[in-house]
Design a protein around this ligand. Structure first.
Ligand code: HEC
Ligand code: HEC
Length: 371
């Protein structure tokens, strides 16, 4: 594990050596898999060109996004360098073990975790308040503060508000750097040369535009929430079956926890698991508005689809689904679940796959307190 110590001054250095700890190296960005792959399978004649392209990509990234310990926020030349630097400090203390120096989700602990720590470099986040697929900074702050209950992502509620904001900016800096790196690697691969400075400006603009639009894309409920009653819960259950939510989450909402629901992979290439809605540990937050937004806009990067088009004639129905799901979230705690799932008509052959798929059931690590 990369331990980052700032051994300022000779005294600290001597102390560190006495204590048997070597003065730590500063974390450094390393080329992404796509950039590294540019020199794969090349003959003598081409390899020099592509090595040079790799160096040019590193130069563009360094000029526009800085270094790990001296980051710049892409396209925001006015972003306060001291705050970004503090974001780096927080990230290096509390996040890098899982999310990696590059923010690519390849920290030293990642191999042992399921679900995997988020790879920020695709520019996709799951638990957002918008319908355009992009996170607002406030969404990131909230996720970091809250953690992702039911996964290894800890809650950092003990961090100060300014630390939370600084580390969220640092996450965004890593994210945009990753997006730029991906685009440049793709262009180098396709064209055998890199765009000039003005064209890179345009690429940066294209990367950042949807992030700016996120602020105007917050999902607001179509109607105020009707009261939650036994009837609204029952209507919600019927909708759950009618809209085939049960296809992935199972008839009783237990999803992948029984191991018999195959939902495919997420955009990061990992096997996805439909949320167990009975556990009460809502990954994206347990407020009614959180569940509303998950249903309305889907979960970016995952197989969970957006259902915004289903409620045009009956906008209250989305709230009835929310009521059913809130109720379902109590069932495990109330011990209301049978040992096996009711047969799911939409998943023939499920039993045969069950034992194999069970190995992929998500870890339900207890929520850790972080910070
Ligand atoms: C012990 C491992 C671990 C540590 C430490 C950790 N994370 Fe995570 N983080 C995860 C995992 C696992 C996920 C993915 C959860 C999921 O996909 O449901 C995640 C997801 C995220 C996400 C994405 C949420 C979304 O909406 O997609 C952000 C942002 C994030 N972490 C930020 C941080 C920050 C900032 C820190 C440090 C302050 C941190 N994490 C520390 C494991 C960790
Ligand atoms: C194609 C499969 C699929 C269908 C259909 C589907 N879901 Fe999902 N759903 C998922 C997956 C996968 C996740 C977990 C995403 C993640 O966190 O990685 C999920 C997550 C959720 C969550 C978030 C739970 C949390 O932990 O925050 C809610 C709420 C939800 N689904 C409700 C529904 C409802 C309601 C419907 C029907 C209107 C539905 N789903 C249909 C696959 C599906």
């Amino acid at each position: 594990m990369t331990v980052y110590l700032r051994c300022g001054g000779i005294a600290a250095m001597a102390l560190a050596m006495l204590a048997g700890c070597r003065p730590a190296e500063l974390p450094r960005f390393t080329p992404s898999a796509q950039v590294a792959a540019l020199t794969d399978d090349l003959g003598e004649d081409e390899i020099a060109t592509y090595r040079e392209l790799q160096e040019q990509i590193a130069e563009v990234l360094s000029a526009r996004c800085g270094q790990a310990h001296q980051p710049k926020l892409l396209g925001h030349p006015d972003a306060d360098p001291d705050r970004l630097r503090r974001g780096f400090d927080v990230f290096t203390r509390f996040c890098v073990q899982c999310h990696g120096v590059n923010g690519d989700g390849q920290g030293v602990l990642a191999a042992h975790l399921k679900p995997k720590p988020r790879d920020y470099t695709q520019g996709i986040f799951k638990f957002i308040s918008t319908s355009n697929g992009k996170a607002r900074k406030a969404d990131l702050v909230r996720t970091i503060r809250r953690g992702v209950p039911g996964t290894s992502m800890p809650s950092f509620a003990t961090l100060s508000s300014s630390d939370l904001h600084d580390v969220a900016d640092y996450v965004l800096a890593l994210t945009h750097r990753g997006e730029l790196q991906r685009t440049l690697a793709q262009i180098a691969y396709d064209d055998g040369e890199l765009p000039d400075d003005a064209a890179v400006d345009e690429i940066v603009e294209e990367i950042l535009a949807p992030w700016r639009e996120a602020n105007g894309s917050v999902v607001m409920p179509l109607t105020p929430m009707p009261p939650m009653t036994a009837e609204s819960i029952e209507t919600g259950h019927q909708l759950f079956l009618k809209l085939a939510c049960s296809r992935c989450h199972g008839n009783d909402g237990r999803g992948g926890s029984l191991g018999n629901v195959e939902v495919g992979t997420d955009v990061w290439g990992h096997k996805a698991a439909a949320a167990d809605l009975t556990s009460g540990m809502f990954h994206g937050g347990g407020r009614r508005i959180d569940i509303y937004r998950r249903i309305y806009a889907g979960i970016a990067g995952s197989p969970m689809p957006a259902f915004s088009g289903e409620f045009a004639s009956n906008p209250d129905d989305i709230w009835r689904l929310v009521h059913f799901i809130k109720e379902t979230g109590q069932r495990r705690r109330r011990n209301e679940l049978p040992a096996t799932a009711p047969a799911s008509p939409a998943a023939p052959g499920a039993a045969a796959e069950a034992s194999q798929a069970a190995q992929h059931a998500p870890d339900r690590a207890p929520e850790e307190a972080g910070g």
